[in-house]
Design a protein around this ligand. Structure first.
Ligand SMILES: [Fe+2]
Length: 277
């Protein structure tokens, strides 16, 4: 199974950053992004193929240089165990694991949301039985991760991780809290748009894909070098969920729809497995 979606993500709170990065202004980063995008658009005008995946070397995202192999890839056959694992059945992942709001004794603080959609292959066929994992910051923009030390409160009732297995029609649904933007150390005054990290497994460990889902209308999109590492606007747009009133429930939660397409021209962008911002 070929699993290709636009990947977008990294959670390594420990990027090896150039100390000088903290003095770089948002304006200079934004200018770098604009220059790269302008060159990309020109290359498309000149007949080059559209890029639907992120650039692995995207200079405005300073630590991207450290997040990919530097030597040529070598094809290696997967080990036997990798062809059989992970194997998940209905009993391995409990239905309640897709509700991130009920993992503790109390209610987490924040805006309760439902994020639901389908996992599809490039021909629009549902991908059933797929393990979908998510992780995210809380309503204050804080991860529970100990390396996340920015001055926003941890919510004792919110861990920020969940998982689900797609149903017969490729469907998944998570109940969670809307995450907030948070700062990171790419440059001075750098903030990530609100996002939820997604990981999808195929039929073996070698097919893992990681990406991020964003929320519509986020004012930080244009400033964010991770989101903008996807030079193609349509590919970027595919990472943004839609508000869906049919998923919104009376006096309970607002709903967002996000489909994940694994292969083909409309695939979602997926990232490498290194980090997470
Ligand atoms: Fe993140």
């Amino acid at each position: 199974m070929s699993t290709e979606t636009t990947a977008n993500e990294s959670f390594s709170d420990s990027p090896v950053l150039d100390p000088a990065a903290t003095t770089l202004s948002q304006e200079s980063i934004s200018q770098e992004i604009a220059d790269i995008h302008a060159a990309y658009r020109q290359s498309v005008v000149e007949g080059k193929k559209a890029e639907t995946q992120p650039r692995i070397d995207f200079a405005p995202y300073r630590s991207s240089l450290l997040r990919h192999p530097t030597k040529n890839l070598r094809h290696v056959d997967p080990e036997t165990i990798e062809l059989h694992s992970p194997a998940f059945g209905q009993r391995d992942v409990h239905a309640l694991e897709s509700d991130l709001t009920i993992q503790h004794n109390g209610e987490p603080i924040g805006e309760r949301i439902v994020v639901a959609g389908r996992v599809l292959d490039g021909d629009g066929r549902p991908v059933a039985g797929q393990l979908v994992e998510i992780w995210q910051a809380n309503a204050a923009g804080r991860y529970i991760h100990k390396r996340d030390q920015h001055p926003a409160p941890i919510d004792p009732n919110f861990t920020g991780v969940g998982r689900a297995i797609t149903g017969p029609n490729g469907e998944y649904s998570f109940t969670t809290i809307k995450p907030a933007p948070y700062p990171w150390k790419n440059h001075h005054n750098a903030w990530r748009p609100a996002h939820i990290h997604f990981s999808l497994f195929g039929t073996d460990f070698t097919q893992r894909m990681i990406t991020q889902m964003y929320f519509p209308g986020d004012p930080l999109f244009s400033l964010d070098p991770i989101y903008q590492a996807i030079t193609d606007k349509e590919a970027r747009d595919r990472l943004v969920a839609s508000y869906d009133h049919s998923l919104t429930t009376h006096e309970w939660a607002t709903g967002y729809n996000w489909d994940i397409v694994l292969t083909g021209a409309n695939r979602t962008w997926m990232e490498d497995e290194e980090g997470d911002h």
